[in-house]
Structure formats: structure tokens, C-alpha cells
Design a protein around this ligand. Structure first.
Ligand SMILES: [Zn+2]
Length: 265
């Protein structure tokens, strides 16, 4: 669809109010929603509505797509876009949702370059060209339980931000040379720290799946940034700062404000 048609369609869509019954889905299923102020909630509503409207949503293996599933997934994905110029995940054409952790055949190359294929249980998946795939129970649990550092929707959509420049290397599109240099300096050191800790069996705040490669490190660090921002700011201040600059958000301050409101801080 030509860009102006997209713009007209978006304008028309956002001129209408968001369906009122979507709010309870966000309150119930998207923990991060409770940390947002009024203005941010309004932005989140707009972004998630465009994501719901413009992507192909497909229920797989008998899963019936519902507004609740769409709002829960799009609401979490939209968190990534609140503070930064974006294109509504233009490189995501489709979102495939499974009713359970699905099985993908994974190829591995063994000794003598023998390729073997074995089933691998996945919670989610994102390819540079292609859909985002998530398991609905995992997306729901990830959205409902904040503060545990695990969120499959944030993880897979972070991969899509990384792929925006055509490379799955843990380096998303950054503005300016200084930001790029700072990014590579901090990310290399933090990645190495996680690799060493994983190797030595030392527990870490970041999920050690992030030690797989720099692309996974970026996705895992994104989960931590939004899920455990105060801990990340405390234990990894430099990493927190570059993510704060990249995402244009300060979730640690937001969580503190929420805790204060509830008399928990
Ligand atoms: Zn990943």
C-alpha cells in the first residue's frame, strides 16, 4: 500500500476512540501498563491500534484469534516504541500465535559436517525477513508477570528492531557516530561479562541465554531493561544508560513512581 494511503488509514483509525473493552485486557495482561502515566498510555493505545490494524494476525494450530490476544501482544510490543521515532515495526508483516510452546525443527551441524534435524521447543521466534511467532501462554505469562526479566514479546520484537538495518548483530539503527561507538564499547564489555559468567557458572541478572551471541544479548538486555529496570540500573549502569538513550525511556523512574503511589517505596 502506498505510504499516503497508510497515513490516511491511520488518521481515520486514530480519529475513532479505542474500544473501551480493550482497557481491561491491558490492565490485566500487560504489567507495564500500570507503570505508565496518562500521556504514555494514550501513545501506547495509538501504537497498539496501528499494530493490530496493519499486521496479519494468524492463529496457528487451531488457535482462534481474539481481540484480547491482539491487545495483549501489541500492547507489549508497543512498549518498545514509546520514546523513539519508529515505523510501527514495518518489517513485521505477520504475527503468528500458537496455543502452546510450539515445535520447530532445528538443524545442527555435527562432527564431519553432518547435518541433523531435531525438534526444538520454542516460546517465540523472529526472523529478519518474516513473521514474529509467539506462544500465547508464554506471551500472556510474560505480560502478566513483571519484574522477572522474562518477556517473549519484548524479546522477539527487539530482534525486529535489531534487524531494521538488515543485520542481526545486536546493533540497532543508532543516530550518530558517537552513539555507535559508545554502543559497541559498552555492549562488547557487557556481552563478554555475561559470556564469562555463563562459562564460570556465576549467576547473573541478565538471562544467560544472552551469551549465545550479540543479537540474543540485545534481545535479553531489552527484556531486562523493561522488566527489571531498577536492578539493571544498579548492576549495569552503563548498559542501562545506552538502552535509556536508545529507547528514549526511563523505566526505572517509572517503576519507582508506581511503587511510591502504592506506598511500596
Ligand atoms: Zn532471541
Amino acid at each position: 500500500m502506498p505510504f499516503t494511503l497508510f497515513q490516511n488509514r491511520r488518521k481515520k483509525l486514530l480519529a475513532e476512540p479505542m474500544p473501551a473493552e480493550w482497557i481491561p485486557y491491558l490492565q490485566r495482561n500487560v504489567w507495564h501498563y500500570h507503570t505508565l502515566g496518562e500521556g504514555e498510555r494514550a501513545s501506547l493505545h495509538d501504537v497498539l491500534r496501528v499494530i493490530i490494524d496493519e499486521k496479519n494476525w494468524e492463529g496457528c494450530k487451531g488457535l482462534v484469534m481474539t481481540p484480547e490476544i491482539q491487545v495483549t501482544i501489541a500492547g507489549q510490543a508497543a512498549m518498545l516504541l514509546l520514546g523513539t521515532p519508529h515505523d510501527y515495526f514495518a518489517n513485521v508483516e505477520a504475527i503468528l500465535v500458537y496455543p502452546y510452546d510450539y515445535v520447530a525443527m532445528e538443524q545442527t551441524v555435527g562432527p564431519g559436517r553432518v547435518v541433523s534435524e531435531a525438534p526444538s521447543y520454542r516460546l517465540g521466534e523472529a526472523w529478519s525477513q518474516g513473521p514474529v511467532i509467539v506462544s500465547w501462554p508464554e506471551a500472556l505469562t510474560g505480560g502478566r508477570i513483571g519484574g522477572d526479566g522474562r518477556n517473549v514479546v519484548l524479546h522477539e520484537f527487539a530482534h525486529k528492531l535489531d534487524y531494521r538495518d538488515g543485520r542481526a548483530d545486536g546493533v540497532p539503527k543508532l543516530s550518530g557516530r558517537e552513539a555507535q561507538e559508545r554502543w559497541s564499547e559498552v555492549m562488547s564489555a557487557e556481552f563478554q561479562f555475561l559470556v564469562n559468567a555463563a562459562h564460570d557458572g556465576v549467576p547473573t541478572l541478565l538471562n544467560q541465554y544472552g551469551a549465545t551471541n550479540p543479537a540474543e544479548f540485545f534481545a535479553v538486555a531489552t527484556e531486562c531493561f523493561f522488566e527489571q529496570p531498577r536492578e539493571m540500573r544498579h548492576f549495569h549502569p552503563q548498559l542501562y544508560k545506552i538502552f535509556q538513550d536508545f529507547y528514549g525511556q526511563d523505566p526505572a523512574v517509572r517503576v519507582e513512581a508506581m511503587l511510591r503511589t502504592h506506598g511500596q517505596l
